[in-house]
Design a protein around this ligand. Structure first.
Ligand code: GCO
Ligand code: MN
Ligand code: MN
Length: 389
């Protein structure tokens, strides 16, 4: 494999402890790989050239750890970080695994569960801040229903809003520099999850007390599960100034959340996504929320992690080629050509402009008769991705 695509810390590639640490268990079978400690996973990430590692509170410190166990884990983890130079840009809370969250966390009907959720999240925020994390992800793993008889959807939104407002104030009060990134998923593990898409979250954020602190963490697989165009979700978030984080992975549409290696399935979508992130100068982590196939040992896990990052870098190079390709650029210029004849109608409304526009006569048939050359353009992009142009 060519060195040109060797991942380096400056590329800002990050992985969750739960991703390279995934031991292969699924609904049909148990672990196929031994469990590695958080410190061992940091060394693995350092070896493959990752920039950062992210964690849920309980990926690092098991929920029932004794103070002694906690101290030993933290010591080994800190040593691994300093030995490898791997950093912690993001942290999050596990609000889905423990049975207490079986009917949700922030949206549970039980006030005790909701209060415990706030307590657990504050503790997890303290833990993330200890490692310098600046992005705090909220994925509502159990925030949903199987039956709409069980929870009031409006009440659930109010509960979730109140909790986020509380936690924004907690972050401010502690002097943390967190930005919150909300992650949507349409279903799994719940039958239906509240706020199922990135777009739904963008609407919700505007209703919070500190909307400036809160953005989104879109995930490829989650928008694909909903049958949506991931690039469009990312673009809307970016345009709103809300793309605080991103979960990269891959899978086909209409499946469960498969969390495959970035680019494993939809190379063309991967190309447009990388092109977008690079074109706009997205500055956040390129975070992989994915895991190796169940067929793999830890060499396979490294192959998986390297594959995620190499495909990104290859697509980044292709995006640059797209910009430099004279034929593609000429075609795009031709498609977007504007003879200036509509300039007087552009921009903000005025009564004069509206009157002039209503009086203008358009040659509808002539305008519609122009072929747009999109077939040609799309094939040129295919050939660029396939490496024959
Ligand atoms: C999933 C989610 C999670 C979250 C993670 C970070 O489908 O399980 O994508 O992996 O991203 O909990 O908040
Ligand atoms: Mn996911
Ligand atoms: Mn995710």
């Amino acid at each position: 494999m060519s060195d040109k695509y060797t991942p380096k810390p400056e590329h800002k590639f990050t992985f969750g402890l739960w991703t390279v640490g995934n031991t292969g268990h699924d609904a049909f079978g148990g672990d196929v790989r031994p469990k590695l400690s958080p410190a061992e996973l940091v060394y693995l990430l350092g070896e493959v050239g990752a920039y950062g590692v992210n964690f849920h509170d309980n990926d690092l410190i098991p929920i029932d750890a004794t103070p002694g166990e906690r101290a030993a884990i933290l010591k080994a983890f800190k040593k691994a970080l300093s030995d490898t130079g791997v950093v912690v840009p993001m942290a999050t809370t596990n609000l889905f695994a423990d049975p207490i969250f079986k009917d949700g966390a922030f949206t549970s009907n039980d006030a005790k569960v909701r209060a415990y959720t706030l307590q657990k999240t504050m503790n997890a925020m303290d833990l993330g801040a200890e490692f310098g994390a600046e992005v705090y992800v909220f994925w509502g793993g159990r925030e949903g229903i199987e039956s709409d008889a069980t929870k009031d959807p409006v009440e659930s939104l109010k509960r979730f809003r109140e909790a986020l407002n509380f936690l924004c104030d907690y972050s401010i009060d502690q002097g943390y520099s967190y930005k919150f990134a909300l992650e949507a998923k349409p279903n799994e593990p719940r039958g239906d999850m509240y706020l199922p898409t990135t777009g739904a979250y963008l609407g919700f954020i505007a209703t919070l007390d500190h909307p400036e602190m809160v953005g989104v963490n879109p995930e490829v697989a989650h928008e694909h599960m909903a049958g949506l165009n991931f690039l469009h979700a990312v673009a809307q978030a970016y345009e709103a100034g809300k793309l605080f984080h991103i979960d990269l992975n891959d899978q086909n549409y209409a499946r469960f959340d498969q969390d495959w290696r970035f680019g494993a399935q939809n190379l063309k979508q991967a190309f447009y996504l990388v092109k977008f992130l690079e074109d706009v100068g997205y500055e956040g982590s390129r975070h992989y929320d994915a895991h190796a196939y169940r067929t793999e040992d830890y060499q396979g896990v490294k192959d998986f992690a390297l594959g995620c990052m190499r495909t990104y870098l290859i697509m980044k190079e292709k995006a640059e080629q797209f910009k430099q390709d004279a034929e593609i650029q000429a075609l795009i210029a031709e498609i977007n050509a504007d003879d200036g004849s509509m300039d007087t109608f552009k921009g903000a409304y005025s009564a004069d402009k509206a009157a002039a526009l209503k009086a203008h006569s358009f040659d509808r048939v002539a305008i519609a008769s122009r072929g747009l050359k999109y077939e040609k353009l799309d094939q040129m992009v295919n050939e660029l991705i396939l490496g024959v142009s």
